[in-house]
Design a protein around this ligand. Structure first.
Ligand code: LCS
Length: 394
């Protein structure tokens, strides 16, 4: 496929082709755990890497379904190679355990998905990996946190759940100058709105559970980057056993075919909700990178082509008011996760970020009353009417 095709065309066509056996139009699901060999010599050639081929589903390239998914992701993220995983957390675990060793230092955004914070704060130190949580929206703080043993800078932008945005190009430059690699969790933006590799990052991680799958019906993760870095992750990934299943790979392929259409609607709905909430007298503040009131709006405008579908806000009246709102919605659904066709609403302090200690939450802006919304792809007027009637009850 020609690489100069535009993004939406690549969502549909990249990695696809009629199956060699029967010329099926869509990529088949290779629902198998292992592959057969014609001879001992051929098995030896494939296992020793002299010949390309599929071996066992835990080992990349896994199956032709996974390979088609990775081809599509490479095209959309603009990377040379990639690996798929059983979840976003599995992808992050494989990144840190393959690239860091005991004695190394990791600098991470302080605002992160709660699970990622848990992995970095409680598991990595057990393996002798030092972690500093830093306000990565402040480049001076990032530079000040560098140590001679800093090997990785990890960031989320926009970040879960405050929507803070950091300057990916500058942070990638700081990492490169320090001899460290930069890793960006792009889950909130998706490659449709932001391509960290093009901004200079070394690896991009996505939880496919969110916008890539897009329908709240799978768990998966993916990492894309240079051929060399992905090669260095391949063996650890096989050994960790964190492979995506063939059916999930197929669901991701199907999800990606409509990524460009879904993301436009997610973003339009999020902007409509953000503007409605910002103008509402019961709302204290709204954080959406597309609003000119967002403290990092200029950085977002520089590195994103749109502002995606996530927003957070706080009501006047804090936690109690937030709970009344969440209990009052009828169309929006009370649930964690994000990037679904349906609008989801949740309370980070008691749900996605309950694992983060309260003093840390308050320090990084996850107030007790913060409410997070993942805008779905419904008609905006219906979701806004739902928020409006719920706000009447607050
Ligand atoms: N990265 C980000 C930015 C996330 O938001 C999540 C999950 C992950 C990685 C982990 O991906 P998973 O293993 O779940 O595929 N975020 C969730 C959230 O905000 N609510 O529930 C899960």
């Amino acid at each position: 496929m020609k690489e100069d095709l535009s993004f939406g065309t690549r969502c549909v066509h990249a990695g696809e082709g009629p199956s060699p056996e029967y010329r099926a139009h869509t990529t088949p699901i290779y629902q198998t755990s292992t592959f057969l060999f014609d001879s001992a010599e051929q098995a030896d050639a494939v296992f020793s890497g002299k010949e390309p081929g599929y071996r066992y589903v835990r080992s990349p390239p896994n199956t032709p379904t996974h390979a088609a998914f990775i081809e599509k992701m490479k095209s959309l993220e603009g990377g040379e190679a990639g690996l798929s995983f059983s979840s976003g957390m599995a992808a992050e675990t494989a990144v840190v355990l393959s690239q860091l060793k005991s004695g190394d230092h990791l600098i991470s955004s302080s605002v992160l998905y709660g699970g990622t914070y848990g992995l970095f704060s409680s598991l990595l130190p057990k393996f002798g990996i030092e972690v500093s949580f830093v306000n990565t929206t402040d480049l001076e703080e990032v530079k000040a946190a560098l140590r001679p043993n800093t090997k990785m800078l990890f960031l989320e932008s926009p970040a879960n759940p405050t929507m803070s945005v950091c300057d990916i190009r500058e942070i990638a430059r700081i990492a490169r100058d320090a001899g460290a690699i930069s890793v960006v969790d792009n889950t909130f933006a998706s490659p449709y709105f932001q391509r960290p590799l093009e901004l200079g990052a070394d690896l991009v991680v996505e939880s496919c559970t969110k916008y890539i799958g897009g329908h709240s019906d799978l768990l998966g993760g993916v990492v894309v980057g240079s051929r060399d870095l992905i090669r260095s992750m391949s063996r650890p990934t096989t050994l960790l056993g964190v492979t995506m299943g063939p059916h999930e790979a197929w669901l991701c392929i199907r999800g990606l075919k409509t990524l460009h259409l879904r993301m436009e609607r997610h973003a339009a709905n999020a902007m409509a909700m953000a503007e409605f909430l910002e103008a509402h007298p019961k709302v204290e503040w709204v954080s959406y990178p597309g609003l000119s009131s967002h403290p990092h709006h200029d950085t977002a405008r520089k590195q994103m082509s749109g502002y995606s579908g996530m927003l957070s806000f706080e009501l006047k009246g804090g936690v109690k008011a937030g709970q009344r709102l969440i209990n009052g919605v009828e169309l929006c659904l009370l649930s964690v996760s994000l990037g679904s066709t349906d609008t989801l609403i949740q309370h980070p302090a008691s749900m996605t970020h309950a694992i983060v200690p309260r003093d840390m939450r308050l320090k990084i802006g996850i107030t007790d009353g913060l409410v997070r919304i993942s805008a779905g792809i419904e008609d905006a007027k219906d979701i806004i009417a739902d928020l409006d009637q719920a706000l009447d009850k607050v």
